[in-house]
Design a protein around this ligand. Structure first.
Ligand SMILES: Cc1ncc(COP(=O)(O)O)c(C=O)c1O
Length: 304
């Protein structure tokens, strides 16, 4: 079978993905000044649907706003671009990566007057943890703290923030763990390098809130709403590291990670290494909602 070449959207046109190039001195490559999104599309059995597309586009526009980055495209155009790209790439499921960047090779940190481009990629995409999703992941509490809003805006999904994620992730992987967990500036549990975190204690779902230096994840928000809809009590609050070590269950949430259970944190094994009942229930509810099997949450779907 000949594999279909993927197209990408660049400043209003769909081009061959591998023909998209930028000068090596591009500002966003030198200084990490891009902003981006990660969005999943799912096969609903009645067509492909993009999950919470409008919320992702809104966060994308807010990330640009925080950095005074002037995009040449608004909500409607970006939304349609994502839909058209999924369609023209013939995807039945996958991942969409909108990326806005300073497409300008002039030397100098200031972004004033620098050209901004928007690029969107859309591709098939499965397990973020490379086959470990079902087994779960082991985590190291990082020696690196999560950046906080007095240093960089954590609620902007900006490329530069991911250096903090990368160094924590490298540290954890370097000593044999699958993933890192970063703490906030005041020592509470914050999030993973690219995931939010939840713990379950006495059947209650607990997750760090905006005060804990986290990206306000869209999957996190979906899970809170799904949990509440099924009568699970939810607390958004500061989480001590020891609460994580002694949790009944723990899991990551994220567009890429979806719901991935954490079976070990440092030396502490959680729920005998298995995904617990609340984790499994929420993973099922999330999968059903994303695949259009829950009428109550169908406003989260955008059919392409
Ligand atoms: C640092 C960080 N936290 C949390 C998340 C989860 O956010 P979402 O559920 O919107 O994908 C992500 C992924 O986008 C992330 O990069």
């Amino acid at each position: 079978m000949v594999e279909k070449k993927l197209g990408a959207w660049l400043d209003g046109n769909i081009i061959d993905s591998d023909k998209a190039t930028v000068p090596i001195l591009t500002h966003s490559m030198q200084y990490g000044s891009g902003i981006f999104e990660g969005i999943r599309a799912y096969d609903t059995g009645k067509g492909v649907s993009i999950f919470r597309l409008d919320d992702h586009i809104e966060r994308f526009l807010n990330s640009a706003k925080i950095y005074s980055m002037k995009l040449n495209y608004g909500f409607k155009e970006l939304r349609e671009a994502c839909m058209n790209l999924v369609k023209s790439n013939g995807l039945t499921y996958g991942y969409i990566r909108p990326f806005a960047f300073y497409n300008d090779a002039r030397i100098g940190v200031s972004t004033e007057g620098k050209a901004v481009s928007v690029f969107i990629a859309a591709m098939p995409f499965g397990d973020y943890f490379g086959g470990k999703h079902d087994k779960g992941v082991s985590c190291k509490i990082s020696s690196w703290q999560r950046i906080n809003s007095s240093i960089l805006p954590v609620e902007a999904k900006a490329s530069g923030n991911y250096l903090n994620s990368i160094i924590a992730s490298n540290e954890a992987r370097g000593v044999g763990f699958d993933e890192a967990i970063l703490t906030s500036s005041d020592g509470y549990v914050a999030e993973g390098p690219g995931e939010n975190i939840f713990v379950v204690k006495d059947e209650k779902l607990i997750t760090p809130g905006p005060g804990s230096d986290i990206l306000m994840g869209i999957t996190r928000d979906s899970l809170i709403k799904l949990a509440k809809s099924s009568g699970i009590e939810v607390e958004e609050r500061a989480v001590h590291k020891e609460e994580l070590l002694t949790a009944d269950e723990a899991f990551f949430s994220g567009t890429a990670a979806e719901i991935t259970h954490i079976y070990k944190v440092d030396g502490a094994v959680i729920n005998d290494g298995l995904a617990g009942p609340v984790t499994k229930k929420l993973a099922q509810m999330y999968g059903d909602a994303a695949r259009g099997k829950n009428e109550k949450f169908k406003e989260w779907l955008t059919f392409v």
